[in-house]
Design a protein around this ligand. Structure first.
Ligand code: SF4
Length: 390
């Protein structure tokens, strides 16, 4: 989409919402049919080094489950019932043919269900290529970067077999610079929301970021830059609301109506970990002359905290407390997908650290197929009242 100066911010958000609401990946298919890309690669959360695929001439497409848009009719037969929704809905999408246009899929070593999903996918989609990135499990280890560089080299070679292209260091540098620009634009939008949350709602920000899951990065960047111009010029005054940091939704995504409920209950979300893989780094990627090494080094030494990254070098719980303070938050909302073990394990540590720091918090669970939000909204309203009137 060429962005016209006459397009309003509301139309921009509507365009993003329309694109992310569909589960048939029609835009990505069209992009491929028009010859803009040689292959579509589905990327399971949380983080994927999408630069490798982009440089190889493929379009990396984020897999974020199916929300409440499909009935799980086939995937139940492959997995136990006590498992998070995104695993089943992603498999269901594959089994009903919605992922047929994809050429390959990438999964990661983030948790047992995701590991198993990779294997089930390989059997179910046996005409497609399925790969698996083993991220280092001991981040402080001396060999972690070198190991991950080799892993990225292997994955890049795989992507090149899908597209029939070879990749130079210059191609990689260009893709890294492009995605760095996307991350930087997202970071600036997050800054606006943190400093002036009345100018940009979390629902709007969420739609803008998630659009990048289904659109080429070149197009995504234009949308983000355009949105940034709008929100910076937006007026309005802040309301008397509780400033909260939301954590725990780094993989499976909460229904958008649930995100809306947090705001409607009287909160300004001033930081969150929704769609975390799209802004996984704390700064830009360095350029030391070896782009694969630089990308691996950024994962090991320059990435944000996540429940699926095992960095024993510091306390994620204490970092969360500090993050809440840095964002001048009144409280933390721990919002986790049902049955998400990495999030639930971390919650034990978060709760202790938040209590010791006298930082109020509330714990909530969600699943993709939630329809009713009144109960959760009432719970949040009561929590917000206790913050504002205590
Ligand atoms: S939501 Fe949690 S348990 Fe489910 S795939 Fe993601 S990290 Fe794993």
């Amino acid at each position: 989409m060429a962005i016209q100066s006459t397009v309003s911010f509301e139309e921009l958000i509507e365009e993003c919402n329309d694109a992310i609401a569909t589960i048939d990946f029609a835009d990505a298919q069209a992009w491929k049919n028009e010859g803009h890309t040689q292959a579509l690669i589905g990327c399971f959360p949380v983080y994927t080094p999408v630069e490798l695929f982009h440089a190889a001439g493929a379009l990396p497409v984020g897999l974020t489950g199916a929300g409440n848009k499909i009935e799980i009719s086939h995937a139940d037969s492959r997995f136990q019932s006590f498992i998070c929704s995104i695993i089943k809905s992603t498999l269901e999408l594959a089994m009903i043919g919605n992922l047929d246009a994809f050429d390959g899929f990438v999964f990661h070593s983030i948790c047992d269900p995701a590991r198993n999903l990779a294997s089930v996918f390989a059997r179910t989609m046996n005409t497609k290529q399925v790969e698996y990135i083993h991220f280092p499990q001991r981040i402080p280890s001396y060999e972690a970067v070198v190991y991950l560089e080799a892993e990225y080299r292997r994955i890049l070679a795989w992507a090149c077999t899908l597209t029939g292209r070879s990749v130079t260091d210059e191609d990689l540098r260009r893709s890294i610079a492009l995605y760095d620009a996307v991350r930087s634009a997202i970071g600036l939008l997050y800054d606006v929301r943190r400093n002036e949350p009345h100018k940009l709602s979390t629902l709007e920000l969420y739609a803008l970021v998630r659009y990048g899951h289904v659109a080429p990065p070149e197009k995504h960047l234009r949308i983000l830059e355009h949105a940034l111009e709008y929100v910076r010029a937006r007026g309005g005054t802040p309301k008397d609301r509780a400033r909260v940091v939301v954590v725990g939704s780094f993989c499976e995504q909460p229904p958008m109506d649930l995100i809306a409920s947090i705001e409607q209950a009287g909160c300004y979300v001033v930081d969150d970990d929704f769609l975390l893989g799209r802004r996984f780094f704390t700064g830009g990627i360095a350029d030391t002359g070896n782009p694969l090494y630089d990308l691996a080094d950024a994962y090991v030494h320059g990435s944000v905290d996540s429940s699926v990254k095992h960095d024993l070098g510091h306390s994620k719980a204490l970092s969360l407390v500090q993050r809440a303070r840095d964002h001048r938050a009144d409280a933390v909302v721990v919002l986790t997908a049902k049955f998400c073990e990495p999030a639930l394990f971390d919650y034990v540590l978060y709760r202790k650290a938040l209590q010791e720091a006298h930082m109020p918090h509330v714990f909530l669970e969600f699943e993709e197929k939630m329809w009713l939000f009144d109960k959760i909204k009432t719970e949040l309203e009561t929590f917000v009242e206790s913050l504002l009137f205590s």
